[in-house]
Design a protein around this ligand. Structure first.
Ligand code: B12
Ligand code: SF4
Ligand code: SF4
Length: 349
């Protein structure tokens, strides 16, 4: 077992680098975690995210990915918003972008900070080995974060921290060092069901379980073709991701921007952008505008598709003039979305 001074120093270094929270867990397999992943995939709840299935064995446990791993250092970085993310819900001329995507790409910020922490650890323990992860690797960051005591997986399935609410990006370091595990996070949801009631698409078949195929985050970011008709109206003006189940969580009253990482502040022009502007984006403008943003990953066509559904929901007849030319867009998904939006705008009062 590693000496406790190193563990305390690592926590202090993580805080110094800007992580809001840090905890330790064993890298050994956890049968319950494996079974739940199995169930999620078995029920097809991952939709078209086939990458979750292909590397199931590696995702299920740290040692499935890297047999030499002995401990996990779980880290959370705050991106607490300045304003209520639900504030724009009724402003249909504006496009709602989820808080996590209003600033710089968090993958870059978290990865860079994880690497700095990793360098520090290797300098202290030169014989140890480690690997750093954020989001894209086959790593179950939420259950590992819970095991490491940085919070618990709430009924909306995201990690909630007593001190920072749900506005935390997660990252992990797998290491060959044997750290003493922290006590796991305790579930403090109690009888609350605010997130379950807030979901506009009924994406929770049960508390603590999400059917990604119904989630607006999946539909607007991961789903490539036309979004099924039943979900288009519930999208409202959300054009990239969704925050509703997070935003209503009472534990977010403990989240404050003082703990937000300095590089995760929102870009002013993404906090309440005009839908009309985005409807006019061609590929070049899209790439330029979203350079360094996670939104760039979905490409212009999927982005404009989402904006067209929002236009169709807006009841702003004047947007028809911007939607009309998109009915002949080269991309079939865009042109179909434009035709749908135009029909809705013509029928609106
Ligand atoms: C795939 C994915 C998605 C998918 C599926 C989400 C999901 N819930 O699985 C989609 C595209 C929908 C998505 C959306 C979002 N995501 Co996402 N996503 C991921 C990713 C890449 C993998 C998650 C995963 O493994 N899912 C598989 C399922 C099986 O795992 P699970 O959610 O942990 O499910 C557990 C529960 O269901 C539980 N369970 C089942 N039954 C029961 C019963 C009881 C009683 C209990 C207690 C538990 C329980 O067991 C399961 C296994 O542990 C992670 C990054 C990573 N590598 O971990 C980011 C990640 C989870 N996403 C993140 C974020 C920020 C979001 C969004 C908020 C973005 C947005 N604003 O639009 C939304 C939130 C939607 C929501 N309510 O979950 C953050 C979450 C941070 C946090 N504080 O938790 C992560 C960790 C990325 C990061 N590095 O920060 N995401
Ligand atoms: S992110 Fe939105 S659509 Fe997805 S589960 Fe939460 S409230 Fe429902
Ligand atoms: S809104 Fe309520 S039920 Fe949902 S995660 Fe937060 S405390 Fe738990």
């Amino acid at each position: 077992m590693v000496n406790s001074q190193l563990q305390a120093d690592l926590r202090a270094e993580a805080a110094r680098l800007g992580f809001a929270t840090c905890g330790f867990a064993s890298a050994a397999p956890d049968p319950r975690r494996e079974r739940r992943l199995e169930e999620f995939l078995g029920q097809g709840r991952h939709g078209t995210m086939e990458w979750m299935e292909t590397r199931k064995a590696q995702r299920a446990s740290p040692q499935g990915l890297w047999p030499e791993a002995r401990s996990v250092v779980a880290l959370g970085m705050s991106y607490a918003p300045d304003v209520d993310p639900l504030a724009l819900a009724d402003e249909s001329d504006k496009a709602r972008i989820s808080v996590y995507a209003q600033g710089r790409d968090y993958h870059d910020v978290v990865k860079k900070t994880l690497k700095a922490l990793a360098r520090w650890l290797v300098a202290r323990e030169p014989d140890s080995e480690l690997k750093v992860f954020v989001d894209t690797a086959p790593v179950m960051e939420k259950p590992l974060g819970e095991a490491a005591g940085i919070g618990w997986q709430g009924k909306h399935t995201n990690m909630v921290s007593r001190d920072h609410g749900s506005w935390l990006f997660l990252g992990a370091i797998y290491t060959t060092l044997e750290f003493a595990p922290d006590p796991p996070g305790r579930d403090l949801c109690g009888s609350c069901r605010a997130c379950q009631d807030a979901c506009p698409t009924e994406a929770f078949p049960k508390p603590y379980q999400l059917d990604a195929r119904r989630c607006i985050s999946y539909l607007t970011i991961e789903h490539k073709g036309p979004i099924p008709e039943e979900f288009r109206e519930p999208l409202g003006n959300r054009i990239y991701g969704c925050d509703d189940c997070l935003a209503v969580c009472p534990w977010n009253k403990f989240a404050d921007t003082a703990h937000r990482h300095i590089k995760l502040a929102p870009r002013e022009e993404l906090t309440a952008p005009l839908l009309a502007r985005f409807l006019q984006f061609d590929d070049t403008e899209f790439r330029q505008f979203f350079s360094g943003s996670p939104i760039k990953r979905i490409g212009r066509d999927r982005f404009v598709r989402n904006c067209l559904y929002a236009a169709g929901n807006s009841q702003i007849a004047a947007l028809g003039a911007l939607v009309l030319p998109l009915c002949n867009d080269e991309n079939a998904v865009v042109s179909e979305a434009a035709t749908w939006a135009l029909a809705r705008l013509s029928a609106s009062p």
